[in-house]
Design a binder for this molecule. Structure first.
Ligand code: GMT
Length: 379
């Protein structure tokens, strides 16, 4: 099958999922074309089934906002036409499903008609998409998609709650390739980051407000009061500077390492003892799953799709959003006893296998087949 994938190329979870999906599809013999404004961070072009088409938006001073959706639609049209794409898979309703709909309309004028699968990831539904400024366009784009998928049961429920959607939504959870982790790192180099007696606590995100970075720091503050510990913060984003200030105010700067963006999250997770994800909203929490496959238990909030990934009392603990005290107590409950920590690590690792790519990939392929069948029957 010739598939075009449209996604955000940045460090966010949706881009990672879209990229890993494309790579897996290419390995299974499909021809995959990525269309986005930058080379996706996790994409390596080592497979001749993978192609990348950059969207250029020429700067023009007359425009206060450069029209990205327009450039994206045009790039989709050109790519679909030139490479005889059979199916369009857009990740994120905003603006990808919207631009995809436009591309489809343009191509229809030429007698080209292909199905569009839209995968909802969360921010497009729970944080931005349901804002009155966007809602009509997002509702329309979802309803105009030929097939809609959501990355968790909770996200499906929220979509139906927030939008007047008359499309069936299929739940296809996010995934990881567990094979990549089977020979887990032997060169963990834990010693570069912490002393032998220190526990390593990690958080990875794009440092947006929704991630509740001050809660991450307060939980760590409580942990380091009771035991030697280091906090590793991975990622970049608007909340980072304030986080540095808070660490300074609390007098823990020496125990906190800000690593910035990195492609080596597994290297860091492989020596982590605990992962913190106290987000206000999280449709799935791919970062938590990546922690789990690296044998790192998770302390998270119980929001959104997190309870579908992090299992209470098994792979970690979940608490109400902002309940820093309970999250700290639960973190200590896991860390204070080596036997308990080992049990949680093992549980987290085992649970992650439920989301192996081999379980999830057939669900996407089935959706693609259904889209093609359903679509070509109706044209
Ligand atoms: O919130 C992020 O870290 C980035 C965001 C994105 O758009 O890439 O992540 C969303 O999609 C991920 C992949 O499906 C999910 O694992 C995240 O939970 C989701 N983020 C939110 O819902 C806030």
């Amino acid at each position: 099958m010739r598939i075009a994938i449209v996604c955000y190329p940045t460090f966010g979870g949706s881009g990672v999922v879209a990229t890993e999906l494309g790579i897996a599809l290419a390995k299974r013999g499909h021809e995959v074309h990525f269309i986005t404004y930058k080379h996706p961070v996790r994409l390596s072009l080592i497979n001749d089934n993978i192609h990348f088409h950059e969207v250029h938006v020429p700067e023009y001073s007359l425009f206060h906002y450069q029209p990205y959706e327009l450039a994206l639609s045009s790039r989709m049209v050109d790519t679909i036409r030139l490479h005889k794409i059979e199916l369009l898979h857009v990740h994120y309703a905003i603006p990808h499903a919207y631009a995809g709909y436009m591309a489809k309309q343009i191509l229809k004028e030429e007698g080209i008609d292909i199905p569009m699968v839209t995968t909802l990831h969360g921010t497009d539904i729970t944080l931005v998409g349901n804002h009155p400024f966007y809602k009509p366009a997002v509702t329309f784009s979802i309803n105009q998609s030929d097939i809609v998928t959501a990355v968790s049961k909770n996200l499906k429920q929220k979509t139906l709650e927030f939008f007047d959607v008359h499309k069936k939504i299929e739940v296809i959870p996010n995934f990881i390739d567990t094979k990549k982790y089977s020979n887990s790192y032997t060169d963990c180099q834990r010693s570069l980051m912490a002393e032998d007696d220190e526990k390593i606590i990690t958080h990875i995100s794009n440092f947006r407000k929704v991630k509740h970075i001050p809660d991450v720091i307060q939980i760590f503050y409580g942990i380091q009061e009771k035991m030697p510990a280091k906090l590793i913060l991975v990622g970049e984003g608007p909340e980072k500077e304030q986080a540095e200030v808070l660490c300074d105010e609390l007098g823990i700067s020496k125990k906190v390492i800000f690593l910035g963006n990195t492609n080596e999250v597994d290297r860091i997770l492989c020596f982590s003892d605990l992962f913190l994800l106290p987000s206000k909203s999280e449709s799935f929490g791919l970062a938590a799953l990546e922690a789990m496959i690296n044998r790192t238990p998770v302390i998270s909030s119980n929001t959104g799709g997190l309870p579908e990934v992090n299992i209470q009392g098994v792979t970690g603990y979940l608490s109400d959003v902002h309940d820093v005290q309970e999250m700290t107590e639960n973190a200590l409950r896991i860390l204070e006893d080596e036997e308990t920590l080992e049990k949680f690590k093992e549980n987290a690792y085992k649970e992650a296998f439920k989301f192996d790519i081999t379980q999830v990939m057939p669900l996407y392929e089935a959706v693609y087949k259904k889209a093609l069948k359903q679509f070509y029957k109706t044209v």
